[in-house]
Design a protein around this ligand. Structure first.
Ligand code: SF4
Length: 510
């Protein structure tokens, strides 16, 4: 490991408080970079203005007196108020409540205790129950949790229950999906302008669809099960403007690691993080999901990205329900605005044991690793595996450390075996992974992202050093409390697998 706590080039970004133009909280050595960004301010404000048809929606938010951010507008609409400001407490109508096998049983218990043993949920079609965390294990308590979900869904006639009964072969369970945040998107439950709550901190992932999405506790979920409402405090919004062409060696994971490194793991506590700019607009939906997935690692209440043609195209055929996109007003007020010139960013990692322990991948070359893990809601989507395959393909080499692949969902797993990797002459990801010597893609689930029972596939049962595409690197997160996790993009993870040390993907992609 490099002796210094290397941080990315300060010229890659600067921060400015909206009310104090030109103030830079982080030193910048490049006046050129600042001038360039300053010029973009007015240009970018124009780019996030609401499209004509959605800029004002009196029917849903009343007459707008003061500009509101997307988050404020969505909560105003959901609480049937014409105007909201940060700090307001409002009863919000929930569009979707998601729970899973870890928190579902507790939420159900609270619902039954508070509403009665024979109570009915508020809306059987707005509750989505997804077993995904501790699935492929012989742990009886974990298996029992899924049974509790199944009994409840049968009793309540829940419409969206993605069940798994045969643990010996996930493909024998056509309803089974896998990791909840990816499944929610793939099954059309993420829709612009709506409120999606889930008993999981990474529920914020769905903000990629221009909706308000956040994690809640079991008690709140029990209340939502009974009423369809929740009291929420409106968060102030931090605005992140990312401009510039994305270099071919970067992925959204690098962008969010840059941001968290910049503002720290507490930098967005109970704040909305709104992502805009030409770089964000160029990202596909799965990359946008990566960006929003990790806002909670900065303490964010929610992350949000304006819906656009990329969003609408992704949603085609996934939902038949009407939705109404919401956009920030040009006069909206932000707590702070951060601007980044992404073309100058370099591949990053977050070193143990915090997602804000940012370092340049190229400065961690002396970190010898034992394994690589590609999976989770952050880094186990189809695009993540396509990115990893691209690196293996470019190198033509074999991995030097065990490389574990855990597709987030059954759909992702299928993609690995069917989608041709661009530039490969028709090879699939699975063929490329096999040629590179990776482990066979595992059954879709949360896997070892959060450790899980001892028999969980790829769990760190010993103090290993791992480069991982997941989102948290706290002690014990993937199993052993002395394990060391370097969070990285799928490019960096694949490059590191090929060398056996933390590796900048430019070693193979240029
Ligand atoms: S993949 Fe990891 S971060 Fe995502 S929901 Fe599962 S345990 Fe949580």
């Amino acid at each position: 490991m490099a002796s210094s706590l290397a941080s990315p080039s300060p010229t890659s970004s600067f921060i400015r408080n909206k009310k104090d133009l030109g103030f830079s909280a982080f030193p910048s050595t490049s006046q050129i970079a600042i001038q360039k960004c300053k010029k973009q301010v007015s240009k970018k404000i124009v780019s996030v203005m609401a499209p004509q048809q959605s800029e004002r929606k009196p029917a849903t938010t009343g007459s707008v007196k003061t500009g509101m951010t997307m988050t404020e507008k969505i909560l105003a609409k959901a609480s049937e108020k014409p105007q909201l400001s940060p700090g307001d407490n409002v009863w919000v109508n929930v569009d979707i409540l998601m729970t899973h096998d870890v928190c579902g049983p507790g939420s159900i218990g609270i619902f039954k205790k508070e509403f009665g043993q024979n109570a009915k949920v508020w809306n059987r079609e707005k509750i989505v129950i997804i077993p995904d965390h501790y699935i492929f294990t012989s742990d009886e308590r974990a298996n029992r949790n899924v049974d509790i979900l199944r009994d409840f869904c049968t009793e309540q006639n829940i419409k969206y229950f993605y069940d798994i009964k045969d643990l010996s072969n996930f493909k024998a369970n056509p309803d089974y999906k896998g990791v909840c945040h990816v499944a929610l998107a793939q099954e059309g439950h993420c829709r612009p302008g709506e409120v999606l709550l889930g008993t999981d901190s990474h529920t914020c992932t769905a903000g990629a669809f221009g909706q308000f999405a956040t994690g809640i506790g079991n008690t709140d979920a029990g209340f939502v099960l009974g009423t369809g409402k929740l009291l929420l405090k409106v968060p102030p919004t931090l605005r992140f403007v990312m401009d510039g062409e994305m270099p071919p060696y970067l992925l959204a994971k690098d962008l969010i690691l840059q941001i968290i490194g910049e503002i720290s793991v507490a930098g967005a506590t109970y704040k909305a993080m709104e992502f805009v700019g030409t770089t964000v607009e160029s990202l596909n939906m799965e990359e946008r999901m990566t960006l929003c997935n990790m806002v909670v690692e900065a303490g964010g209440k929610n992350g949000v990205i304006p819906a656009d043609s990329t969003t609408f195209k992704y949603l085609e055929g996934k939902t038949s329900l009407p939705y109404e996109p919401v956009y920030s007003d040009a006069q909206a007020s932000y707590l702070s605005e951060y601007r980044f010139d992404i073309s100058k960013l370099e591949p990053l990692v977050a070193k143990p044991h915090s997602p804000d322990n940012r370092a340049l991948a190229r400065e961690c070359k002396d970190v010898k690793i034992d394994r690589v893990y590609i999976g989770s809601c952050t880094g186990g989507k189809t695009e993540d595996f396509l990115a990893a395959a691209k690196v293996f393909l470019a190198s033509g080499k074999k991995v030097k450390v065990p490389t574990f692949l855990v597709p987030a969902t059954q759909k992702v797993w299928l993609d690995l075996y069917t989608l041709p990797v661009p530039g490969s002459g028709g090879k699939t990801c699975s063929q490329i992974f096999e040629e590179a010597g990776c482990d066979t893609p595992a059954s879709p689930s949360c896997g070892a992202c959060l450790g899980g029972p001892k028999d969980t596939y790829a769990r760190m049962n010993e103090p290993k050093v791992c480069v991982s595409t997941t989102n948290r690197n706290f002690p014990g997160r993937m199993g052993h409390k002395e394990g060391q996790i370097y969070l990285a993009s799928p490019y960096t993870a694949a490059a590191s697998a090929l060398t056996g040390y933390v590796t900048d993907p430019r070693e193979f992609l240029q």
